[in-house]
Design a protein around this ligand. Sequence first.
Ligand code: ADP
Ligand code: MG
Length: 511
Amino acid sequence: MADAEADAATGAPDGPRARRTRLSGRLGLRARVTLAFAVAAFGLSALMAGITYFTARATFLSERRATEQRQAFANAALVQNALRSPATDVTQLVESVDTLPGSRSVLRTNGQWYATSISVGQSAIPPAERALVLSGTPATQRFPLAGTTQEVIGVPLPAVHAAYFEVFSLDELAGTLRALAFALAGAALVTTLAGAAVGRWASSRALRPLAGLTDAAVAIADGQLDTRVDAGDDADLEELASAFNRMTANLQDRIEREARFTSDVSHELRSPLTTLSATVSVLESHRGELAPVAQRALDLLDGDLRRFTRMVDDLLEISRFDAGSAELSLEEVDPGELVRRAVAAAAPVDEDGVRRPVTFPVEVGPGVEDLRLRVDKRRFERVMANLVENATQYAGGVTRVLVERQPALTPGVPLPATAIRVVVEDQGPGVPETERDHLFERFYRGARAGQRASGEGTGLGLSLVAEHVRLHGGRVWSERAPGGGSRFVVELPLHPEPSRPDATFASEELR
Ligand SMILES: Nc1ncnc2c1ncn2[C@@H]1O[C@H](COP(=O)(O)OP(=O)(O)O)[C@@H](O)[C@H]1O
Ligand SMILES: [Mg+2]
């Protein structure tokens, strides 16, 4: 039944399609929130950086141009004054003009060019600007020169038939702007990373209540149906917590009702069964007086009655598991001794009421004798009895039983033992792969069992085995035995996990 539920939950193609609510996309919730925060931080910081950069650039450039123009016009006035006197040495005049660092003067007078630097003559001035200024219009132009940006301001001096140009390099300003851009890009990067970190932190914090919910769901899946969640004083979680608790309460109620029903039915069937058994016993004692056909009918009745009684007993046991009222009465035992005793007790009884001796070996692996296992002996004996009985019924009997330490004792590797494995092997036909997943379901009987009109089995044996083992915190499975046949492995933990307390949503630091 547990597997059938799992099938439904995963929406297996052959099971009924369960309704599923999709909780998230391809990326995890935390990753998505982190990404969103990072993208938002990047967008905002890039916008701010862009605005800052372009505003600063415009301001710097206009201030720089105002300074340049002031200087160029002052120098032009100076040159014009000097040129009024015919004795002026023009070359000396151009060189004596006071310029900003990195700027140069170019003068045209009497159809000739004079410049402070040989590298920057009239050729450094774009022809359009040259023509414009020489025709009498002051002009300013920015232009690239050998990988740098230059700005030239031309002032016509018509009174002395000359024109004065001053060429400024914008390199220094470009350097400043580059440094500013780097600083702003760095700040944007840091802001983006900070945004991602804040997103990660915020999502972890917001998801923390989910951890409580997950714990509670796991506890419920483990059968602790009385688990409830507590939203603390968080109003946002109140609704979720109460919906979750309502769901769990309904589930618990339903399961308990079903278990009670099974238990009631089984109890009700018990007394008529006792009467029937007593009647059959009476008939058995007068067997000789019965006609042969009545004797055969009596045998059939006896067989079915025994099977029915067993089914009712098994159902009662199962209903206790379902109601959660099955309790362990644990004793500390030597695992090897436990298995030997359980196997001996599981041996069939012959007609005279004498228990047959055990015909197969019980092998106790290395390191097992040093361990002590806490186990409910009655339940463990039921487990072994079921496995031995199945092997007898379906596989010609058990060939050997192994008791092993888990993990295996390896020389030089001091790993502590965590569990004990009890393996029951046979040389029978084995369990077909398709049946293996269903063996432990209630009322599941294999194809072979169905063919055999043994009338003994009920299909509840292995499901009870699984319940007993699960109650111990262990697990049981079936696999192919090395030489054919099948092996059933029961694994019991040496230190079962303590049952978990009620889950709470909020952890302490959240409150
Ligand atoms: N040792 C085994 N070898 C082969 N098949 C087995 C073995 N043990 C169990 N089975 C199969 O598993 C089925 C379920 O077993 P079980 O739950 O004990 O029910 P039952 O014995 O009442 O049929 C059996 O009907 C049988 O087909
Ligand atoms: Mg059985």
